[in-house]
Design a binder for this molecule. Structure first.
Ligand code: AMP
Ligand code: MG
Length: 549
């Protein structure tokens, strides 16, 4: 079948010559026109956007495939892009075939496939009167593609604000303490009682009345750590107590056994101590006080606190389920020697390591650099992807001929919130949402990857986990940061030392977003404002810590 494809910003003319073929008995024409209504609102025009190269390839591939089923002779497809007024043609398809049946069949299936598989989508709907713009509903498209494209380039603050707004905390679940390490606590836990619950001995020894000046005492009982034997002590009476034992009454002190000589039931105190050797009831915490606030990440110490307070199944955030795909046919596993043109995969292990701090369940896989084959691979992993709270795709986030991450996310039903941030390194950064699920397309270069993770992915994970994202802190440069003014904000790899009054920042050398050498040293990113250039030693700067060190 002969195929002609045009993607054009020009109006599609009313008169289009049929593709005449000697054997043709039918010439079928279809025009899709822009309707005056979108999502229930009156509109004046629709704006279409496309990945032209990829769209052309997809259209051709679909037509060739369909021609096996419907043996047609020729097809012409014209799709208009840009702003298309109501009533004007957005898509024209003409098909020549021996009989009408093949042309009708091919056209009907082609239009369905165009909507599903071709990266052409409605960017926005223009209002029917000035000042009101109707965003297109995600997943709906009159002629092709899915989803909504929003203003593409965001500032760092705008991008972070979108992420904060759109990522909501996952519903909290109760888990046993053994599974609590690294989880975010989602409830405030209060002390249910005084801790310790009663006065306890801190020594193995003899409890005697606090103010009794006697040197000799009669031992009237023995109290082990697990015993509860309330009683009063008369002057001259003592009880043998173990470390941790609950004292029988108030107003006692404990004499260490090393300072006592015992004969039968009698003891003689050899040395008087200053300390009472008693942990008083409630000295650690009083009943009702907050032991652990909602939003903290549970470490071993916090878990011990919850255990002591009897909170055996605290409410915590579930482990975020993360699916991470690498892309790029040049990528080989780290254990393999790369051929010229190939690159070892460092992003998989980078992401795995960075996610450790967020207590995630991670699935990782590689996608071929062919949109069709990538979709097949994705289809075989649909359940994992549909269950994932967060989808990460490394590489292919830009607008190169083979960069399909955005199209892939849209194909999966994600609404693209933005696809570029005015940032160095890390400008091509895609953020999308699909209901409660979030997705990022991260630039493949390792340093961009690292920066985008800490700025954006970490913020999304914090929100999903019910925490506030880490904010920028103020530090002081210990050395000059040498740079040319850049129109983008820069996140500069840095070593921070937490000594002295202000954190000390030492900018690390880096040449390009492809650098890997500075990653191991970096524990912070200095935020260099757009157009700033160098920052002198001693000056203050904002920075984002990237590790807890
Ligand atoms: P991309 O974002 O796909 O245009 O890739 C940008 C650069 O990052 C290219 O040089 C890629 O080879 C490199 N890159 C992409 N993925 C990885 C990866 N998993 N590990 C290391 N480098 C990568
Ligand atoms: Mg790539």
């Amino acid at each position: 079948m002969d195929i002609e494809i045009q993607l054009t910003h020009e109006p599609i003319t009313e008169e289009i010559q049929p593709l005449t073929r000697p054997a043709a008995g039918a010439w079928l024409e279809f025009r899709g026109v822009v309707r005056g209504e979108e999502a229930g609102q009156r509109i004046s025009a629709l704006e279409y956007e496309a990945y032209p190269e990829m769209a052309r390839r997809e259209i051709r591939r679909i037509l060739e495939k369909l021609a096996e089923k419907f043996p047609c002779l020729a097809a012409r497809v014209i799709h208009r892009l840009g702003v298309i007024p109501v009533g004007a043609t957005a898509i024209y398809v003409g098909v020549a075939s021996p009989h009408r049946g093949e042309a009708l069949g091919l056209l009907a299936e082609f239009m369905d496939r165009l909507k599903q598989d071709v990266p052409i989508w409605k960017r926005r709907a223009l209002p029917d009167r000035v000042g009101r713009v109707t965003p297109c509903a995600p997943g709906v498209s009159a002629s092709g593609g899915q989803g909504t494209a929003r203003p593409a380039l965001k500032s760092l603050d705008e991008a972070l604000a979108e992420i904060r707004l759109r990522c909501r905390p996952l519903p909290a679940i109760p888990v046993p303490l053994q599974e609590g390490l690294g989880r975010v606590l989602r409830e405030a836990v209060r002390a249910p009682e005084d801790l310790p619950r009663c006065d306890r001995s801190t020594r193995d020894g003899y409890a005697v009345p606090q103010d009794d000046p006697a040197e000799s005492f009669l031992v009237v009982d023995t109290i082990h750590a697990a015993d509860w034997k309330p009683r009063s002590l008369q002057p001259g009476q003592a009880v043998r107590v173990a470390t941790g034992a609950a004292l029988p009454c108030g107003g006692l002190r404990v004499v260490m056994q090393e300072h006592v000589e015992r004969q039968g039931d009698q003891i003689r105190i050899l040395r008087r101590e200053d300390s009472a050797n008693v942990r008083s009831r409630g000295e650690d915490v009083r009943a009702g006080r907050i032991l652990a606030a909602a939003g903290i990440r549970l470490n071993a110490g916090a878990l011990a606190l919850l255990a002591a307070a009897g909170r055996a199944t605290p409410l915590v955030s579930p482990r975020p389920r993360v699916c991470h795909f690498t892309t790029g046919d040049e990528i080989v596993p780290p254990g393999r020697t790369p051929a010229p043109g190939q690159v070892r995969d460092s992003n998989s292990i980078l992401i795995r390591g960075l996610l450790q701090n967020f207590s995630c369940d991670l699935q990782q896989a590689h996608l071929p650099e062919n949109f069709e084959r990538a979709k097949l691979e994705i289809s075989s992993r649909k359940p994992e992807i549909e269950n994932a709270d967060l989808l990460l795709v490394s590489g292919g986030a830009s607008v190169g001929e083979r960069d399909f991450t955005r199209a892939l996310l849209e194909w999966l039903g994600f609404e693209i919130v933005f696809n570029q941030v005015n940032l160095r390194p890390g400008r091509p950064l895609i953020f999308g949402v699909c209901g409660p699920r979030a997705a990022f397309g991260l630039p493949g270069n390792p340093l961009s990857h690292f920066v985008c993770f800490h700025l954006f992915v970490a913020a999304a994970l914090a929100k999903l986990g019910g925490q506030e994202p880490q904010s920028f802190l103020r530090g002081r440069l210990a050395e000059k940061l040498e740079d040319q003014p850049c129109p983008r904000e820069t996140l500069w790899p840095t070593r921070v030392a937490w000594r002295g009054a202000a954190p000390q920042l030492r900018p690390l050398p880096w040449a390009s977003s492809g650098d890997v050498t500075c990653l191991a040293q970096t524990n912070a990113l200095i935020r260099v404002p757009a157009g700033r250039g160098s920052i002198e030693a001693g000056a203050e700067a904002d920075f984002l810590p990237t590790t807890a060190e």
